[in-house]
Design a binder for this molecule. Structure first.
Ligand code: NAP
Length: 376
């Protein structure tokens, strides 16, 4: 299911705190960085904060620049991004600035929270998601019902922690401020949890006055049948690799990447790579990995077209190669059409053998791109 692109944004002290415990909000960013945040706000469809941040900071969460708001309107967007909050309890102060500034607002809550919000209403749409708040349901609702393609999340730590732990964050924009808080009871950016074990990818660093912006992308594949934000990025890469294939009238152009559980890329490949006229993408990638590599069972194979189940050119089709390698998870964009083999069903064969298969049809167009001459 397509979700919005989720961008986590936060400023932290050198010792990792989001705030101190004083009554006033601790200003961590510099003036120029506040302006950068304003620019990011102006670029998104919605901004989300947790109920804890509404209680602690009473923010207005606006796009402050009139020029940026005018540019949004000129582009056919609402003047302000949708403001979104989450509250399990539904205990929200109806006089908070959040409700009385900017454009439309929506609260995601539980059945119980919705009952409380009937008694003490706030000026917002209220969406109850059941007994507990499910982030995937929330993101799907934002995407499908509110048309949100880009979501900026501005904290606090409880929200950031959950989105990162559930593999739903596409990007982390972190600003490091040159000051210490030093109070263990102050809120931290990230709480304890089972985070991805490997390293995130550093995308950018930028000094802004006396603070530094760091942009990271999570890299770890999802778990089982659940797609992570990093799955989308790896699958997009597989689709890009398909464009490197020497053209053919008798075979598909496919790209593949093999990624360990901790987000380390183990190998990549594409069809007809290295002058071999019949090699397939998954075959080319797997051939670059030591079959004894202990990371293979936990790895994910990303492939723009589902692995083949029958082929004339080699004894073992790619679905077999994946099973023999012990890989337990495959993410693909496109089910194989009947162009060369009728009823191939690589996804079904792999799932039947116990492999978790995730099909992300939102990438089917990208996967088909280099194959238009074959499938129209
Ligand atoms: N430096 C920065 O960039 C920055 C940015 C934002 C915030 N902050 C700071 O962060 C602090 C607030 O952080 P916080 O962690 O206490 O609060 P928070 O993350 O803003 O909000 C937590 C609240 O959100 C609701 N919530 C979150 N996950 C939920 C779930 N899965 N199901 C149901 N409800 C859920 C709950 O509301 P209910 O209690 O209503 O159920 C929970 O108490 C403040 O000190 C603020 O200044 C700093």
């Amino acid at each position: 299911m397509p979700y919005p692109y989720v961008l986590l944004s936060a400023a932290v002290s050198l010792d990792g705190y989001l705030d101190d415990t004083g009554p006033e909000r601790l200003l961590l960013s510099s003036p120029a960085d506040f302006d950068r945040v304003d620019e990011v706000r102006a670029s998104v469809d919605a901004i989300l904060i947790g109920a804890g941040t509404i209680r602690a900071d009473n923010p207005r969460l606006l796009v402050n620049s009139p020029e940026r708001r005018a540019a949004r309107v000129a582009a056919g967007k609402p003047e302000y991004p949708l403001k979104v909050t989450v509250s399990g309890s539904g205990e929200l102060d109806p006089t908070a600035n959040f409700w009385h500034t900017g454009g439309e607002k929506v609260v995601y809550t539980t059945t119980e929270g919705a009952l409380r919000l009937k008694e003490t209403p706030v000026a917002a749409d209220v969406v109850a998601l059941g007994d507990s708040l499910d982030w995937r349901a929330l993101l799907a609702h934002l995407h499908d019902v509110r048309g949100v393609d880009r979501l900026m999340v501005e904290g606090g730590g409880t929200i950031h922690t959950q989105l990162l732990l559930e593999g739903l964050a596409d990007e982390l924009q972190l600003v490091l401020a040159p000051l210490f808080v030093g109070d263990p009871s102050a809120p931290r950016l990230f709480g304890p949890g089972h985070y991805q074990s490997g390293r995130l990818r550093l995308v950018e660093t930028r000094p802004i006055e006396d603070v530094v912006l760091m942009r990271y992308e999570p890299t770890a594949p999802g778990v089982g049948g659940l797609a992570s934000a990093a799955d989308r990025r790896w699958l997009a890469l597989a689709c890009e690799l398909a464009a490197l294939c020497p053209p053919s009238e008798t075979a598909f152009s496919v790209g593949a990447v093999v990624v360990a559980q901790d987000g380390t890329e183990l190998a990549r490949g594409h069809s007809r790579e290295g002058g071999d006229p019949v090699v397939h993408a998954e075959e080319a990638a797997l051939a670059k990995i030591d079959p004894e590599d202990p990371r293979l069972p936990g790895a994910t194979v990303y492939t723009s077209l589902e692995p083949c189940t029958r082929r004339a050119s080699r004894p073992r089709p790619c679905a077999r190669l994946i099973l023999d390698a012990g890989v337990g998870r495959v993410v693909t964009a496109w089910r194989e059409p009947d162009t060369f083999v009728a009823g191939a069903d690589g996804s079904g064969v792999l799932a039947g053998a116990g492999v978790d298969v995730v099909v992300m049809p939102e990438y089917e167009g990208a996967a088909k791109g280099p194959n238009r001459h074959l499938v129209g």
